[in-house]
Write a protein that binds this ligand. Structure first.
Ligand code: PEP
Ligand code: MG
Length: 316
């Protein structure tokens, strides 16, 4: 019995009718690895690499320093997927050495991939470090760029990955509405997408994620956000490529079922959320998840969407 309970609490993500939805961990560095492994993460869906760059406001860490840190993370996930996000500087993650001095709207300025394309040596060093960290390890390394807006962004990132000799899948985060609407075009350049619902909500609703007064529009149950996720997931399915979610939305067990119903192919979250999402997903069939997603999208507000999905899943 204990064994069965342990399997249910650490096994793979799967609906009650056997549809697999890998459950991955969001980590911020090597110190989060133990918690991810303990919670039964099937890999890493978002490795935020910003912490590496916080020590020195003047310059980026050396390739050697980065390689050692990446390797210690990659070693912990043999034969697993590890999705590393390249540096996402700017806006809510300011970095002195990369950040332009005085933008009136930093969230709409030179952040994420834009900052890296302005400073190609910073991107090159990070990709080089990732390539050498993965050398000889059995890990499935995937590398993705934050704040991809269009196909040209995706192409520039894929080219940088190739130029660095990286043998890894390259991907784009979908966290700008334009990228959600044109995921098919982006997937002509890269091999997967991952939805960053925190920023996608911010940009969809013109609601700064750091301003509490507009928190209502940061609610990931907002039907407009669900519409964009559905469009992106559909385009990825048509392209035969994966479309995960790595924003906070994936950590809400009920919403995780709705995301599954929308066609999202993996869910990445903080390790503490993994057991709850795993056990909730295991209660419902894929068709039930699809019905819950349809019910949520038929509503016009976040609260109503949450209630409608909950009613479908509880059989009311
Ligand atoms: C997101 O925007 O949803 C995301 C996962 O990235 P971050 O929260 O680090 O911006
Ligand atoms: Mg983001």
């Amino acid at each position: 019995e204990r064994k069965a309970a342990l399997a249910a609490s650490t096994g793979p993500g799967v609906t009650s009718d056997g549809h697999r939805v890998p459950l991955l961990a969001n980590i911020g560095g090597p110190s989060d690895v133990a918690a991810a492994v303990e919670a039964g993460a099937e890999g890493v869906g978002l490795f935020r690499t910003e912490f590496l760059y916080l020590d020195d406001s003047e310059r980026a860490p050396s390739v050697e320093q980065q390689t050692a840190v990446y390797r210690s993370v990659l070693e912990a996930f043999p034969d697993r997927r590890v999705v590393v996000r390249v540096l996402d500087a700017g806006a809510d993650k300011p970095l002195a050495f990369l950040h332009p001095s005085d933008e009136p709207n930093p969230a709409l300025g030179v952040r994420g991939l834009r900052a890296l394309l302005d400073r190609p040596e910073v991107l090159r060093d990070q990709l080089t470090a990732l390539a050498s960290a993965a050398e000889g390890l059995p890990v499935h390394l995937e590398v993705m760029a934050p704040m991809v807006a269009d196909r040209a962004d995706a192409r520039a990132f894929a080219e940088a990955c190739r130029a660095a000799g990286l043998h890894a899948k390259s991907g784009a985060m979908v966290e700008i509405p334009a990228a959600a609407l044109r995921t098919g075009a982006i997937l002509r350049e890269v091999e997967f997408v991952s939805l960053g619902t925190n920023d996608l909500a911010q940009y969809t609703f013109a609601a700064d994620r750091q301003v509490g007064a507009v928190a209502r529009w940061q609610d990931p149950w907002q039907p407009a956000l669900l519409d964009l996720i559905a469009a992106s997931a559909r385009a990825a399915a048509e392209a035969g490529k994966t479309c995960g979610v790595c924003g906070e939305a994936a950590a809400d067990p009920l919403l995780a079922c709705v995301l599954t119903g929308l066609g999202v192919t993996s869910l990445s979250m903080s390790p503490t959320a993994l057991p709850y999402v795993r056990s909730t997903l295991a209660k419902y069939t894929r068709a039930q998840c699809e019905r819950a997603a349809g019910a949520a999208r038929a509503e016009d507000g976040a609260e109503e969407a949450r209630r409608a999905a909950g009613a479908v899943l509880s059989g009311e």
